[in-house]
Design a protein around this ligand. Structure first.
Ligand code: GNR
Ligand code: NI
Length: 172
């Protein structure tokens, strides 16, 4: 297992679309394990492969937030098969945007089909933080970021802060 470096915005790596995995083999399982470890160390409640520079359709989530009873979900090729008409607002953050938060509105409930760690087809129905988190991670696979859901004004404020952060980091 390995902790991988997380790409911070702005970076073209985060804007690229990811390719389907098709089969969860040992290579994908290693990626899933490394992503989960990276997410726990960060710490975060989700992580998408492009955030660790891998352009494959793989995401991991764990919204339990407990050290004792972890409930990791590792997904390859997640597909949205149903989403509720009613929406929910969540104050979202992203490991690629440290210390930046914004309210994002998304479908409250989703049903998602994916390939699990054993390469079996699974379906999950999610609501609350888990629903938000899965949708946030699936967006990453298409180069979409949480700031793409908010007003241009709020987006520009956050993007400017991130650019400044990168410049000061480059100097040190
Ligand atoms: O750790 C994370 N927290 C979070 C909080 C609210 C909504 C979404 C998230 S996902 C984020 C981790 C991350 O950047 N995943 O891509
Ligand atoms: Ni994110």
């Amino acid at each position: 297992m390995a902790v991988l470096p997380i790409i911070k915005a702005p970076d073209p790596i985060l804007k690229k679309h990811c390719v389907p995995v098709e089969v969860v083999d040992d290579e994908i399982r290693t990626l899933m394990d490394d992503m989960l470890e990276t997410m726990y160390v960060a710490p975060g409640v989700g992580l998408a492969a492009p955030q660790v520079s891998v352009h494959k359709r793989v995401i991991v989530v764990d919204t339990s937030r407990g050290d004792t009873d972890r409930s990791p979900i590792q997904m390859a090729d997640p597909e949205l098969i149903e989403s509720s008409d009613n929406l929910a607002v969540y104050d979202e953050g992203c490991l690629s945007f440290p210390d930046q938060y914004a309210e994002v509105e998304r479908p409250a409930k989703v049903r998602v089909r994916y390939l699990d760690y054993e390469n079996e087809i699974q379906e999950i129905e999610a609501e609350g933080l888990l629903s938000t988190c899965i949708q946030h991670e699936m967006d990453h696979l298409d180069g979409k970021l949480f700031v793409d859901h908010i007003s241009m004004l709020k987006r520009n404020i956050i993007l400017r802060k991130m650019s400044k952060l990168k410049k000061t980091e480059a100097l040190s």
